[in-house]
Design a protein around this ligand. Structure first.
Ligand code: NAD
Ligand code: UFG
Length: 348
């Protein structure tokens, strides 16, 4: 299939491109590079041995999107583009609503005008809020999102479901990711956070590489086996393969379908730290800090629906996630070379 990948130079998008090409699909990438660099795409091209058309276009730019869609006919759009930092969204709610909601509304409109009514959307386990049931199935009611980022995911899910209800020509697949970590085993592509990482694994790998003195563990008084937060970490390569599997739902005219993409296993912060130390033979200094506002104690998936309906299940475990995250960080201590206003300071 020919696929429009928005946000394709980002962390999950770049890994998904590799898996799309490995499965015989073709992609065109649209990204405004606000949180990524074209070097990621160059490296994907090396890995897949093909050149991939790229347009530096903002998804809020209707003319820009029209121009891309006048040049290509797409079967499906995989929509990753969006702002994703939870804390920043609390500081800058307008920017998050404007980018994620306006951008997606414009994209949906331009897609339908060009006859492409198939979309796979990056949603998040954050829509479950503090989950009513654990492990979380797709039937779990959506919860209260404590931040604007999470609200944009939840609202966009509703918007796409309403559009599909009104026009049955649409197929909408909502993928609710749990906690993607790790990197491609080649060490050529990976997560490239700008500034101080918000998420656990990129922070931990920056401690491992000596860029930060120690990891802060946010709370050890949760109602969990060791008191630290429990999450469903999923290898980004497994997550990427989940998008290829989701194309099957589109092919079978699924209408609207929702899938959890997780492993079904919950691990605590300290279990992750211990596994990282054991697998990579590196000591990670840490200290216990107060709980982080908005965090929940436990979040892990029941991923059975994706296996039953898409034949997809996560194959890689926590050890592979820790090994590949470290392999990426140690080979790319500055990520893709450091970014300034979306441009690379140094190419490598
Ligand atoms: P990322 O920031 O690495 O990738 C997102 C990409 O979108 C970036 O390359 C950015 O430049 C681009 N982008 C942002 N706004 C844009 C706009 N208006 N126009 C064009 N491009 C734009 O993030 P990621 O981790 O790869 O996440 C991909 C998607 O998955 C996001 O929608 C994110 O919210 C969602 N998600 C991520 C996680 C996670 O933990 N990484 C968890 C759940 C859901
Ligand atoms: N944590 C620390 N120290 C850190 C960072 C995180 O102890 O420096 C802890 C957190 O308190 C939490 C766990 O590590 O218990 C995981 O935290 P992350 O920030 O890595 O991930 P979250 O579960 O908070 O959120 C992530 C994404 C969200 C997404 C959610 C579900 O940031 O966007 O997963 O997919 F919605």
């Amino acid at each position: 299939m020919k696929i429009l990948v928005t946000g394709g130079t980002g962390f999950i998008g770049s890994h998904t491109l590799v898996e799309l090409y490995a499965s015989g699909h073709e992609a065109v990438v649209v990204d405004n590079l606000c949180n990524s660099t074209q070097t990621a795409l160059k490296r994907v091209e090396e890995l897949v041995g093909r050149s991939i058309p790229f347009y530096q276009v903002d998804i809020r730019d209707r003319d820009g999107l029209n121009s891309v869609m006048n040049q290509h006919r797409f079967d499906v759009c995989i929509h990753f583009a969006g702002l994703k930092a939870v804390g920043e969204s609390v500081e800058k709610p307008w920017e998050y609503y404007e980018n994620n909601l306006s951008g997606t509304l414009t994209l949906l409109d331009v897609l339908r005008q060009h006859g492409c009514k198939n979309i796979i959307f990056s949603s998040s386990a954050t829509v479950y809020g503090d989950p009513a049931i654990i492990p979380i199935t797709e039937e779990c009611p959506k919860g209260h999102c404590t931040n604007p980022y999470g609200q944009t995911k939840s609202m966009l899910e509703e918007i796409m479901m309403d559009m599909q209800r009104a026009d049955k020509a649409w197929n909408v697949v909502l993928l609710r990711y749990f906690n993607p970590i790790g990197a491609h085993p080649s060490g050529r592509i990976g997560e490239n956070p700008s500034g101080i990482p918000n998420n656990l694994m990129p922070y931990l790998t920056q401690v491992a590489v000596g860029k930060r003195p120690e990891l802060g563990v946010f709370g050890n008084d949760y109602d969990t086996p060791d008191g630290t937060g429990v999450r469903d970490y999923i290898h980004v390569v497994d997550l990427a393969k989940g998008h290829v599997a989701a194309l099957k739902a589109i092919e079978s005219n699924c209408g609207c379908a929702i899938y959890n993409l997780g492993t079904g296993q919950g691990y605590s912060v300290l279990q992750l730290v211990n596994t990282f130390e054991k697998v990579n033979g590196i000591h990670i200094p840490y200290s216990i800090k107060p709980r982080r506002a908005g965090d929940i104690a436990i979040c892990y998936s029941n991923p059975a629906k994706a296996e039953r309906e898409l034949g997809w299940k996560a194959e890689l475990g926590l050890e592979e996630m820790c090994r590949d995250a470290w392999n990426w960080q140690k080979n790319n201590p500055e990520g893709y070379g450091g970014m300034e206003n979306g441009k690379l300071k140094t190419e490598n």
